[in-house]
Design a protein around this ligand. Structure first.
Ligand code: 13P
Length: 288
């Protein structure tokens, strides 16, 4: 089966009150581990790539080819979409060309009129190729240069305007942030989520910064219209922890423990376990 657009799987999740995990990939190991986990859990999945990660992996075309080849080689049968995460205007166009089946255009740093105009153009182009589109209103906070900003709150009126363009799903800040949540984080703002959900007329919403949010808050957000949850940091943390334990136990110095196929295995296994846990929490297990 070929890669699919994310539209149908997210609409089904929205109707069925569960969410699709959108996991960021960084290399071949991440791709294999996430696909193996979702195949095992019988869950649809979105593999997503940031522009920085795409540069690291030698370009959008390489990402698309790698994901397709690994997907086919592993005989994956659950629905899989390949999505650009936080794309620029040019990046989104390049991904459509390179064979991605879904793109995010993040125009949240432009003034709203320009975000609206550029979102409209990407939606038109993407839909002409059967590619799904995510846009963003208001920005998502996070850690930059060691400083963690507070989660931002999107304006429901702006969300309604972008939703009316025909975007497939919409990212809107509800107090969520990328990276590790600070100890004094206030939690998701359900009042704002409810206002946004009412304003967008049934459009599925995207929760960025899905790592480290207590699952009771995640479950509540899903019942209120969130149908795609982005996860990056959690997989990086479990990979690093398992790899550190392997090295600290001296296993890289036993026999051929330094072989990368052995050295990277505990980290990859930890990603598989974390993804299975998350898709069960998101409710997408057995929904393929
Ligand atoms: P985390 O790294 O906090 O999981 O956020 C991922 C994300 O939202 C990617 O867009």
């Amino acid at each position: 089966m070929v890669l699919v657009s994310a539209k149908e799987m997210i609409e089904k999740a929205h109707e069925g009150h569960y969410a699709i995990g959108a996991f960021n990939i960084n290399n071949m190991e991440w791709t294999k581990a996430i696909l193996a986990a979702c195949q095992q859990a019988n869950s649809p999945v979105i593999l997503q790539v940031s522009e920085g990660a795409a540069k690291y992996m030698c370009g959008f075309k390489q990402c698309a080819d790698m994901v397709k080849n690994i997907h086919d080689h592993m005989g994956i049968t659950v629905p899989v979409a390949l999505h650009l995460d936080h794309g620029t205007f040019e990046g989104a166009k390049a991904c459509i060309e390179a064979g991605f089946t879904s793109v995010m255009f993040d125009g949240s740093h432009y003034d709203f009129a320009e975000n609206l105009e550029k979102s409209k153009e990407i939606i038109k182009l993407a839909h002409s190729q059967g590619v799904s589109v995510e846009c963003e209103v208001g920005g998502i906070g996070g850690t930059e240069d060691g400083v963690t900003s507070n989660g931002e709150l999107a304006d429901p009126k702006e969300c309604a305007e972008i939703a009316s363009l025909g975007v497939d799903f919409l990212a809107a800040g509800i107090g969520n942030i990328h990276g590790v949540y600070p100890a004094d984080w206030a939690g998701l703002n359900f009042e704002r989520l409810s206002e946004i959900d009412a304003a967008v007329n049934g459009k599925p919403l995207v929760l960025h910064g899905g790592s480290g949010i207590p699952f009771d808050q995640v479950h509540k957000a899903i019942t209120m219209g969130v149908s795609k949850i982005n996860v990056n940091t959690d997989l990086q943390i479990v990979f690093a922890k398992a790899t550190r334990e392997y090295i600290e136990a001296g296993k890289d110095q036993q026999g051929k423990g330094f072989d990368p196929r052995k050295l990277l295995k505990p980290g990859a296994d930890a990603i598989v376990a974390k993804v299975i846990e998350m898709v069960n929490q998101f409710g997408s297990a057995d929904k393929a």
